[in-house]
Design a protein around this ligand. Structure first.
Ligand code: NAI
Ligand code: MG
Length: 499
């Protein structure tokens, strides 16, 4: 490998972290992969190599699972009080904030998103979620149950940690995805083997250092960087992992379900989406246009809840398309570390080819490219915000998750909410959706009819630590975040005492 490329604007602290040898975190020690192998990680804004990362595989996963098992069964984690657990998680949130600039730079460099997003939204959002879950550590309770069995009994339930948890996460929000997974697992007293996406290992590794600094005991969080087919598959199939949590493609979600069948480990999945944005003729255009623009182009469209199917009433369809195209044209596209950038590249050459492949398929099937539809520049993986009109439900661009800045627009000319909902629900996915109207009644009636885990009325894809998120249909199993999210990491035990 040539010397890794150092972007001129990364600053001394991120540069110092990048220059380190990037190892695996197993049982509180940073160790190379057993095989000695490493892989390269890239800056998608330039396409250049920025660091070498230890390439963990099944042998390393075995060691990490053993460390997590020890920490769960006999480590101090088990005897620590919930209050102490909560304090450590809170301390981790403080450390994230104290290192916000450095972590944001690493996130931007490895994922491509604008620095303002990493620094002002992602890092604070992650600190917030850690604190939210830190608060729950002392509030995990069961119920007392009145039973009708003849005799005298006292019966109650307790919620116990599910055990050793494997967590496999994607690259679209590397730090956020690590936080969504780790925060509830830590709050409930589980121990973890985390595998970051091979495209974006850096912030998870930096988070690993902060986890140690926060005083979270050795072996509670183990981090194995590596590829899906090796390290990821080993986690999904491991006989001593009690539960696997996954976020990524539905295709891999299915593989994980099969792999988990061996020891029938618990599975939670947050998968793809093809979320509808439904605009009624009475919608406030000054809200709906920027809302729909953000819904599809934020994070270069690489968001599981992206509003990728626009359904606008015939009366406002042209206004919506013109408005979105105009706003899209003004989005400043550039390297995430440049001061101007509002939208960065997509994650990789592979993803760029995939997205452009979809645009070509759409064109070939008769769609009109109303905006964008092309790559920008020759360096890095930049795609212009793209709008496809004249699309229909048979096209692959409308049916499949593109995971890039591509909006498929369709119109309706109907007052029947059932028929509109049927069109919006015509998808294997059910992750999110939004409804734009000034009529409260229509908003709520449509919200009832949308088969998805998160529905916005005059807003799309909001995230909040307290708000459960997850999918209907093939968008996943279970709900993350909020009180609901704790249930993924606990088992319920009924205790019956004969009096
Ligand atoms: P992917 O699903 O292959 O990767 C996500 C994670 O799963 C990564 O950590 C990867 O290493 C791991 N993985 C891959 N194969 C595995 C296996 N056999 N066993 C265990 N773990 C495995 O996603 P990919 O290929 O990076 O992206 C392809 C498409 O997936 C995207 O275009 C998008 O449509 C979808 N996707 C959806 C995400 C979401 O948030 N819903 C996130 C990332 C991708
Ligand atoms: Mg894949």
């Amino acid at each position: 490998m040539n010397k890794p490329y150092i972007h001129p604007k990364i600053g001394p602290r991120a540069a110092a972290f990048l220059a380190k040898e990037h190892k695996l975190l197993i049982g509180g020690k940073w160790v190379p992969a057993r095989s000695g192998k490493t892989f390269e990680t890239f800056d998608p804004g330039t396409g250049r190599v920025i660091a070498k990362i230890a390439e963990g595989d099944a042998a390393d996963v075995d060691l990490a699972v053993a460390a997590a098992r020890r920490a769960f069964e006999s480590g101090p984690w088990r005897t620590i009080t919930p209050s102490e657990r909560g304090k450590m998680i809170w301390r981790l949130a403080d450390l994230l904030e104290q290192n916000a600039e450095e972590i944001a730079v690493l996130e931007t460099l490895n994922n491509g998103k604008p620095l303002a997003t990493s620094r002002d939204r992602d890092v604070p959002g992650c600190a917030d979620l850690f604190r939210y879950m830190a608060g729950w550590a002392t509030k995990i309770t069961g119920e007392t149950i009145s039973i009708s069995t003849p005799g005298q009994f006292h019966a109650f339930t307790v919620r116990e940690p599910v055990g050793v948890v494997g967590q496999i996460i994607p690259w679209n929000g590397p730090l956020a995805m690590a936080t969504w997974k780790l925060a509830p697992a830590l709050a409930t007293g589980c121990t973890v083997v985390l595998k970051p996406a091979e495209q974006t290992p850096l912030t998870a590794l930096r988070l690993g250092e902060l986890i140690q600094e926060a005083g979270i005991p050795d072996g509670v969080v183990n981090i194995v960087t590596g590829f899906g087919a090796t390290a990821g598959a080993a986690i999904a199939a491991h006989p001593d992992i009690d539960k696997v949590g996954f976020t990524g493609s539905s295709e891999v979600g299915r593989i994980i379900v099969h792999a988990a069948a061996g020891n029938l480990k618990k599975v939670s999945l947050e998968l793809g989406g093809k979320s509808p944005v439904i605009v009624f003729p009475d919608a406030d255009m000054s809200v709906a246009v920027p809302g729909a623009t953000q819904a599809i182009f934020a994070n270069s469209g690489q968001v599981c809840t992206a509003g990728s199917r626009l359904f606008a009433h015939k009366k406002v369809f042209d206004k919506m398309i013109d408005g979105i195209a105009q706003q899209a044209g003004k989005i400043r596209i550039g390297h995430g570390l440049s001061d101007e950038a509002q939208m960065g590249p997509v994650i990789s050459q592979t993803q760029m080819d995939r997205v452009m492949g979809y645009v070509d398929q759409g064109r070939a099937a008769g769609a009109t490219v109303a905006a964008g539809g092309k790559r920008i520049g020759g360096e890095g993986y930049f795609i212009a915000p793209t709008i496809l009109t004249d699309t229909n439900p048979e096209m692959s661009v409308v049916r499949e998750e593109i995971f890039g800045p591509v909006l498929c627009a369709m119109s309706f000319d109907d007052d029947d909410l059932e028929r509109i909902a049927k069109q919006a629900n015509d998808s294997i996915y059910g992750l999110a959706g939004s409804i734009w109207t000034q009529n409260i009644s229509i908003g709520h009636k449509m919200a009832q009819r949308i088969r998805a885990g998160r529905v916005g009325i005059n807003t799309h894809g909001n995230v909040d630590a307290a708000l459960p998120t997850g999918g209907y249909k093939q968008s996943g199993w279970g709900r993350e975040k909020g009180h609901e999210g704790l249930h993924l990491y606990t088992e319920v035990k009924s205790v019956i005492v004969s009096l």
